[in-house]
Design a protein around this ligand. Structure first.
Ligand SMILES: C[S@@+](CC[C@H](N)C(=O)[O-])C[C@H]1O[C@@H](n2cnc3c(N)ncnc32)[C@H](O)[C@@H]1O
Ligand code: SF4
Ligand code: SF4
Length: 465
């Protein structure tokens, strides 16, 4: 299927350049001490931007920065308006400048999840990385306050030589705090960071794999959900069963799902990218997105990856890491090992109950929360937040009709070339749910792993092997 989208399905919107921290690893290269005063979006500009997002039918917006709480009035305004427009949101914050009252206020406007940054349970390591003494204690306080107000918190831990030995204890702390998920995200050096290879901001193959081992151990010991926000090449993982929590995200910029908008209006495909594709206020979302075509059409795939059966899932790892390490986005990911290093394949864990319910002719419905966007010859289907995948036009139309009419259907009515498999995939991705309350309860929340994988990508991957 040609999956080139006309507009991003999710936008990472930096509402301010201002930040209370100056993390040593931060990709926001514009934050220099002697630089110009940081820019923040005004109510007028964000209102124009939200109009553009509604028009482009964007599903999800991550409100980020800088530190978004440094532009609290605009954060509040943006959350309220996006929620009212049916666009889901999440906030990236270090949670240091918050109060219970602010979280309560934002929750009433639709805030339900915050991704925060906590880099080590050891104060000296965390505070060194974020360049502020006492930061860890403030972050912990912020996490406790946010969770106490009923807002989910996930933690992003940026892994490098500086903190790679602290993973297990940081995971223990996260579990004790009631954090929903811990991401062990590899540090991708800022392109302005010319000396990183002589510092502890680098991460080699062995260290990266050892870090993931610690994550798996922590998941098993503490029952914590784990993942990463920037992909590790699947050939680094090798055993895709053991490291299944790290399979599936790929590169959102190369998948053509995401766009980044800075507080100045500058547009990027990746948060780490310096060059802008134009001012969104001048050229609009769709035109800026079209100018990112090189990201979307495979230009930045590493040559050796083109024969890999996982290329559609992995996207060659991280092109910005290639740029940072080798000054070339088309170069190999520094953690690349080559597809021969994949020793155990990834298996989609379709629970037997799902397959049995489909084959047994159970009825399914399309929940009202499922969102659709018509693309050029297919539909984007959004399950929740940024979780979006493509379906054939015929399947999209069928599902929209069922949703509009509020009708239930079974496999005999399902459309497409392989109706049974189509329906199994849709149930697996939670795009359709069983009509029977008893079955619904059985499936609810059960299908978590691999939910960021489009089953079609794995089928294609299998065929290429
Ligand atoms: C730029 S921050 C802005 C939001 C907020 N100030 C915070 O620190 O959470 C957004 C996310 O990017 C992550 N990040 C920053 N620099 C990074 C880097 N060089 N590599 C990978 N992730 C990075 C941060 O940990 C954070 O989760
Ligand atoms: S060979 Fe390339 S596409 Fe395949 S797993 Fe490795 S980095 Fe990913
Ligand atoms: S190049 Fe892709 S994987 Fe790497 S940071 Fe950017 S969006 Fe993420």
């Amino acid at each position: 299927m040609n999956r080139i989208l006309e507009a991003p399905v999710m936008i990472n919107l930096e509402i301010t350049e201002a930040c209370n921290l100056t993390c040593r690893h931060c990709y926001n290269f514009w934050r220099q001490d002697d630089g110009p005063k940081p820019v923040g979006l005004t109510e007028e500009r964000i209102s124009t931007l939200i109009d553009m997002m509604v028009e482009a039918k964007v599903f999800h917006v991550v409100l980020s920065g800088g530190e978004p709480f440094a532009n609290y009035k605009i954060l509040k305004y943006a959350l309220g308006r996006l929620t009212a427009e049916g666009i889901s949101t999440s906030v990236n914050s270090n949670l240091m400048p918050i109060t219970a009252a602010k979280i309560r206020e934002l929750k009433a406007l639709g805030l339900d999840h915050v991704l925060t940054s906590l880099n080590s349970a050891k104060a000296e390591v965390n505070d060194y990385m974020v360049n502020r003494e006492g930061a860890l204690q403030e972050i912990i306080k912020g996490i406790k306050t946010t969770i106490a107000e009923g807002v989910r918190v996930s933690v992003n831990m940026i892994i490098s030589d500086a903190n790679r030995d602290d993973i297990y204890e940081t995971a223990r702390l996260c579990a004790e705090l009631g954090v929903q998920k811990l991401f062990a995200t590899r540090l991708v050096p800022s392109i302005r960071d010319l000396v990183f290879s002589e510092t502890d901001r680098k991460l080699g193959q062995e260290a990266a794999l050892a870090a993931l081992d610690e994550m798996v151990r922590a998941r098993d010991d503490f029952g914590l959900a784990i993942g990463t926000l920037i992909s590790y090449p699947l050939c680094l993982l090798g055993d895709l069963e053991k490291y299944k929590d790290f399979v599936g995200r790929g590169c959102p910029a190369q998948r053509g799902n995401r766009m980044v908008i800075n507080a100045t209006g500058a547009t990027h495909a990746c948060t780490h990218e310096e060059a802008s594709y134009g001012d969104v206020f001048e050229i609009g979302i769709k035109q800026a997105f079209r100018k990112m075509a090189a990201w979307h059409n495979g230009t930045y795939l590493f040559e050796d990856c083109k024969q890999c059966r996982y290329v559609n899932v992995c996207n060659s790892g991280c092109a910005s890491a290639s740029q940072a390490y080798f000054a070339d986005r088309k170069a190999k990911d520094p953690l690349f090992k080559g597809f021969e290093a994949i020793t155990t394949d990834f298996k989609l864990e379709i629970p037997p109950e799902v397959a049995a319910a489909v084959t047994g002719g159970e009825n399914f419905v399309v929940p009202p929360s499922i969102r659709f966007r018509e693309e050029n010859g297919f539909y984007s289907l959004n399950v929740r937040w940024a979780n979006t995948f493509s379906v054939y036009h015929e399947v999209g139309r069928f599902l929209i009709d069922q949703q509009k009419q509020g009708t239930a259907f079974n496999v005999s009515q399902m459309v497409g070339e392989d109706p049974r498999q189509n329906l199994v995939n849709l149930v697996y991705k939670e795009a359709v749910v069983p009509e029977k309350a008893q079955l619904k309860a059985l499936f609810a929340g059960g299908v978590k792993l691999g939910c960021s994988i489009d089953p079609d990508d794995l089928v294609a991957a299998g065929e290429g092997s």
